[in-house]
Ligand binder design. Structure first.
Ligand SMILES: O=C[C@H](O)[C@H](O)[C@H](O)COP(=O)(O)O
Length: 218
């Protein structure tokens, strides 16, 4: 859905990539267009090092001959998609189950550029169930503890979905996903990471029917 908007967001963001940059490489269908476009630039001589945010994106990079290295201290810009964003640049991520690595890379990047189609915008985060990665150990209790915060929660694919880190994803339906929930959920033992990304995005590239809108996050 909205493939053209996703492609436009990715193409616009690619204009910010320069020689010798170390860049975070996101996960998902929008990040795919970014990786595809990046591979063309690399083929034409661009020198970059990529830090992929999932095994899937790493495989894609390798198949496109994009150099990959995880032993990088300073990441210049991270480019990734999102499931939902609000006017303050708060994000929900993890629809593809890659939230842990995505958050580590975003946190350690000087800039974090988010690539989305128009449908991802909400005045208040409420459309997309909040993904939370949890350890398998006593995960039923972890789910109960998360539900106490006021949501309906379920294991993704009845625990058949296993993250790149060997964990489960719990999808949580809140009537409103208050960004403040990030720290409350993270306090629950067994929770590895929460798909709320606050104070991380620096620019949002939103594909629209006739181009791409760039939003600078204050
Ligand atoms: O775990 C996956 C990621 O957070 C994705 O970046 C997110 O789900 C957006 O994916 P898409 O671009 O396919 O909508």
């Amino acid at each position: 859905m909205f493939e053209n908007e996703k492609r436009m967001a990715a193409m616009e963001a690619l204009k910010f990539v320069r020689n010798d940059m170390r860049i975070g490489i996101g996960t998902g269908s929008t990040a795919y267009y970014f990786i595809e476009g990046l591979s063309e630039l690399v083929k034409n001589g661009l020198r970059i090092t990529g830090i992929p945010t999932s095994k899937k994106s790493e495989e894609l990079c390798r198949s496109f001959n994009i150099p990959v290295d995880y032993n990088i201290k300073d990441i210049d810009i991270d480019f990734d998609g999102a499931d939902e964003f609000d006017p303050y640049g708060n994000l929900i991520k993890g629809g593809g189950g890659a939230l842990v690595r995505e958050k580590i890379v975003a946190y350690n990047s000087r800039e974090f550029y988010v690539l989305v189609d128009h449908s991802k915008y909400s005045e208040r985060l409420h459309k997309f169930p909040l993904p939370v990665e949890v350890l398998p150990f006593m995960s039923e209790k972890t789910l109960e503890n998360i539900e106490r915060l006021g949501c309906r929660a379920s294991f993704r694919d009845d625990k058949k979905f296993i993250s790149d880190n060997g964990n489960y994803i719990i999808d949580c339906v809140f009537s409103y996903t208050d960004p403040e929930l990030e720290s409350q959920i993270k306090m629950i033992p067994g929770v590895v990471e929460v798909g709320i990304f606050r104070h991380l995005a620096t620019k949002i590239f939103q594909g629209t029917i006739d181009g791409c809108r760039i939003i600078d996050v204050k």
